[in-house]
Structure formats: C-alpha cells, structure tokens
Design a binder for this molecule. Structure first.
Ligand code: ZN
Length: 88
C-alpha cells in the first residue's frame, strides 16, 4: 500500500474529497462509484468496476432489470434459446 502523504479534512456531512492527483491516476470520473472496504482501522477506497453479472466482462455493459450485463449475454438472453449441450 502506498502512503501518498496527502490528507483531506472530513466535512460536517462526512464527505472527503479524493485528491485530483489520485482521481487522475486511477481515472476516477464524476459519477463513478467508489467501493468502501475496511481493514482494521484502515478504510480502503476502490474504484467500483461494473461487470456483467453472468460472465464478469467489464466492457459494453447494458442496464438490464437494475443489473449490468454485457452485450453478448444480453444477445443470448434476447435470443431466448438454451443450448441443451451446455446444461448440467
Ligand atoms: Zn456477460
């Protein structure tokens, strides 16, 4: 874990600004989601990567019933067929 040496105050609503240097480095943009993890007394902020709920792919995601699915899985579902050879 890197100690950046950067500190930021917590405001009266509990908000903390993520320093622009870190946002740029990790390509965190407005509206991106941040996942909060804790480990002992540490708080770890992680850029939340959206991924397909079926295959885990992180690109070409579509909102489907409040979940993220990739185009490929969406096309499979839309096709409405089940490949019987792949069934358990
Ligand atoms: Zn998928």
């Amino acid at each position: 874990m890197n100690n950046t040496g950067i500190t930021r105050p917590v405001d009266n609503l509990g908000r903390v600004v993520i320093p622009v240097e870190i946002r740029n480095q990790l390509e965190i943009k407005e509206k991106d989601k941040i996942l909060f993890l804790t480990e002992g007394k540490d708080i770890i902020l992680r850029k939340h990567q959206q991924e397909c709920i079926f295959c885990g792919k992180q690109k070409e995601l579509i909102d489907f019933k409040e979940q993220k699915i990739c185009k490929k899985c969406y096309e499979e579902i839309k096709g409405g067929f089940i490949n019987e050879e792949e069934m358990p």
